[in-house]
Ligand binder design. Structure first.
Ligand code: IPE
Ligand code: IPE
Ligand code: MG
Length: 242
């Protein structure tokens, strides 16, 4: 049974398997991404009712630019569709949308939709729904290093002031951007045992739950099961519990 009193504050998800879901059905890849969007919609709702503070989804990585132009544009097109269909309900449910990653590199229509979603929900106080878009963990760290180097070069900090907290602060998840705590739990669907450049700094002590379910088949019930698995883990952070 899920312990409602020990819900993680931040769950991050690697929504993988849309392509395989489509291939299994002899459908084009975009049908998989479409179905994946439906699955995501339901997970956002469940995360919100469970009282999770932050749900972060990996929607497009800095490496996903290697895919075909059709697929890339299809995925970005889905953002426009998602915002058009769901923004009202997200807002009614008090969900606050944030983006992790440089979304200015996306097509104009997607940028406009995202900005509308950000603006409409900026004062909401319920679930913070972080969408990792054009996100890469290494790029995240590189950007933070650049910002901090600029502060040092301008004489506003000394190199000796650079501690782990300062680095965290300048990441996309840091106080200067989306302000998200490190994820306690990272869920990856479709069975791949890798991080694929997701939240590299932030996942230092995250628990991983991997399921073979392809993302479009991932249900709110399975999402709760993953949290139950997390609740059964012995988190030691390098120390000893017993
Ligand atoms: C995840 O599904 C969605 C994105 C990467 C945008 P994939 O498209 O990677 O699905 P598979 O891994 O090919 O099955
Ligand atoms: C990770 O999935 C990125 C997203 C889910 C957006 P990929 O499908 O891109 O990862 P790899 O290529 O299998 O490592
Ligand atoms: Mg994949």
């Amino acid at each position: 049974m899920l312990d409602k009193d020990r819900i993680p504050r931040h769950v991050a998800v690697i929504m993988d398997g849309n392509g395989r879901w489509a291939t299994k059905r002899n459908l084009p890849k975009m049908s998989g991404h479409n179905a994946g969007m439906q699955a995501m919609k339901e997970i956002v709702k469940r995360a919100s009712t469970l009282g999770i503070e932050h749900l972060t989804v990996y929607a497009f990585s800095t490496e996903n630019w290697k895919r075909s132009v059709e697929e890339i544009n299809g995925i970005f097109g889905l953002i426009v569709v998602y915002v058009a269909k769901e923004l009202k309900e997200l807002d009614e449910n008090n969900v606050k949308v944030k983006v992790l990653g440089d979304y200015s590199k996306l097509p104009e229509k997607s940028v406009e939709s995202l900005e509308k979603a950000l603006k409409t929900t900026e004062n909401n106080t319920g679930l913070q729904f972080n969408i990792a878009l054009n996100y890469g963990g290494r790029d995240d760290i590189r950007r933070a290093v650049t910002d901090i180097a600029k502060l040092a070069a301008a004489g506003r900090i000394s190199p000796d002031d650079i501690d782990e907290q300062l680095i965290s602060d300048y990441l996309w998840t840091g106080v200067h951007h989306a302000n998200v705590p490190d994820p306690e739990l990272i869920i990856r669907t479709s069975g791949e045992l890798r991080l694929s450049n997701y939240l590299l700094w932030q996942c230092a002590y995250s628990e991983f739950v991997i399921t073979n379910t392809l993302w479009p088949d991932f249900t709110p019930e399975e999402f709760e099961k993953c949290i139950e698995v997390f609740q059964g883990r012995d988190r030691r952070f390098g120390g000893r519990n017993k």
